[in-house]
Ligand binder design. Structure first.
Ligand code: ADP
Length: 504
């Protein structure tokens, strides 16, 4: 080899990032390029530790190295140039994993007396690989352990992970669902629309579910459609997008809520029956009054007819008209009573609150007049309408009116005022004020708790039921002292939205 060519080769070897070594038949190192010296941690070839490179190779890898070297020196090429791995300990004690390739080196006479060893430091790759394997196994552990079902999809909606809880919830094994479109887990119409939702999000960035959380429906492998809460998060990996969906099964929650609602309905009904029971004698009296009046008018009419109708037409007419009106009054009480004790489904409709309060007074004020109670009403017609259940709101009104009447039993002044007014923010306030005993201070902070009562025969359920009803109507109920003495109960309800009124 001429001197120029020698220099040229040395320059090339010096710039190579891989380590290149030449080893002779005695396994002695004859030459090592710059990258090799650097990896071992010395500046010059002469500084290499004794016995290098074998002395630098970790014990378990030495045989493999020797075998590969023997093969190369025998002139055989390494199998498909497949690298083999060794571990080198540098002079500073650091370990380097190297992928090595060996090739025979022939001299001028075509005799093979040495081999070229090229090595690439793969320690960093190995670390990265181990880290990736570790994080993948951490991810697997997380996926197996998260109590909520978790489904990860790519930007095409294809499932890339399916947690153990998701397997249990949907009935698919991870292996059979990976790579399938996530729409398989949804019922129509979302099933058909989901690709469009994804495409729209990726195009516009508009979030309709990501980070918001929705109650939607899922579809199991056996076709069962069930309620779920879905929270979707987004992860960006380079320019790829992954979406993680956390799914909570709401089946049990909804069943419990339905059972609770049905029990509450039973309790409210029982409470209405009990209220009517306690009103029985006052009600009998209330119905008896118009019946007695009718009997009186009719007997007067009969007497007039006995005396001859002529000249008595006007009186006769009036007696009959009064009889009609009294029978309507009695009929009205019976109708309200029937409506009140009926056990129906909750049925919210657009109702006139003014009318509702007036109707509730038919039952709520039964017997009040006889107890010396003076009732005034101040019902502003501009308050209409509310979206409410008629019987439930009447139950609240009747309960508050009966409590007020009872609280005024021993009061010198017995004034009951019922007012219905509009207040800001499209709300309506119903106030029921009495001049009774006022709230017992010991009762004040548990007024609306169940079984809180100061009455010997009271159940203490009335106000707790009132609050349940009003809160189910998105309203509030509170009590405060009446400046005139006694108590004011205030109920605030939302007015029915304009669009609902249009439907009416
Ligand atoms: P009950 O009437 O069976 O006691 P409620 O829940 O309707 O059950 O009422 C609970 C308690 O609240 C009553 O026992 C009473 O002490 C108090 N209360 C309710 N309304 C009034 C009122 N208008 N004035 C004074 N105290 C009242």
């Amino acid at each position: 080899m001429d001197a120029n060519r020698q220099d040229y080769l040395e320059a090339v070897l010096a710039t190579l990032p891989e380590c290149v070594a030449i080893v002779d038949r005695n396994f002695q190192l004859i030459d090592l390029n710059k990258a090799g010296l650097k990896m071992i941690g010395v500046e010059h070839f002469d500084d290499l530790p004794e016995g290098a490179p074998i002395s630098l190779i970790s014990q378990p890898y030495r045989d493999a190295y020797r075998d590969a070297l023997k093969t190369a020196l025998s002139g055989a090429k390494q199998e498909k140039n497949k690298p083999f791995r060794i571990e080198i300990t540098a002079v500073d004690g650091t370990h380097h994993l190297m992928d090595c390739c060996l090739a025979p080196l022939a001299d001028k006479n075509s005799e093979i007396n040495a081999a070229v060893v090229t090595c690439r430091d793969v320690s960093e790759w190995q670390d990265a690989l181990e880290a990736a394997e570790q994080s993948s196994s951490i991810l697997q552990t997380i996926l197996a352990a998260v109590p909520d079902a978790m489904v990860v999809i790519d930007e095409h909606g294809l499932i890339t992970s399916f947690s153990t809880a998701a397997e249990k919830l949907f009935g698919y094994r991870e292996a059979e669902i990976l790579g399938q479109n996530v729409s398989i887990l949804m019922p129509s119409p979302h099933k058909e629309a989901h690709d469009g939702y994804l495409e729209r999000y990726l195009r516009t960035g508009e979030k309709h579910i990501i980070g918001i959380g929705r109650k939607v429906e899922g579809c199991k492998k056996d076709g069962t459609i069930f309620p779920i809460k879905l929270d979707v998060g987004e992860a960006k990996i380079g320019d790829r997008c992954l979406f993680t969906g956390f799914i909570v099964d709401l089946t049990e929650q909804q069943r419990t809520a339905a059972e609770l609602q049905s029990l509450q309905g039973d309790l409210m009904h029982a409470s209405r029956l009990s209220a009517v029971g306690s009103l029985a004698s006052a009600l009998a009296h209330e119905i008896n009054q118009p019946l007695t009046a009718i009997a009186n008018y009719l007997s007067a009419a009969r007497d007039m007819m006995d005396q001859g109708v002529e000249g008595n037409e006007a009186h006769l007419h009036e007696a009959l008209r009064e009889s009609v009106s009294e029978s309507l009054r009695a009929g009205n009480i019976v109708r309200r009573l029937r409506e009140f004790v009926a056990k129906g489904e909750i049925n919210r409709q657009i109702l006139s609150i003014a009318q509702l309060v007036e109707d509730a007074m038919t039952l709520g004020l039964v017997g009040a007049y006889d107890k010396g109670i003076v009732c005034t009403t101040n019902i502003n017609p501009d308050t209409n309408h509310v979206f409410a259940d008629r019987v439930q709101i009447q139950q609240v009104m009747v309960n508050l009116m009966r409590n007020a009447i009872e609280a005024m039993e021993f009061s010198a002044e017995k004034k009951l005022e019922i007012s219905v007014q509009s207040i800001p923010d499209k709300r309506v306030e119903i106030a029921i004020s009495d001049t009774g005993s006022g709230i017992d201070p010991e009762m004040a902070d548990q007024l609306f708790h169940p079984f809180a009562t100061t009455k010997g025969s009271g159940m203490g359920l009335g106000l707790s039921i009132c609050r349940t009803i009003i809160e189910a109507h998105e309203g509030t109920i509170n009590a405060e002292p009446n400046p005139l003495g006694g108590t004011i109960f205030r109920i605030i309800l939302l007015k029915a939205a304009e669009e609902k009124l249009d439907v009416e």
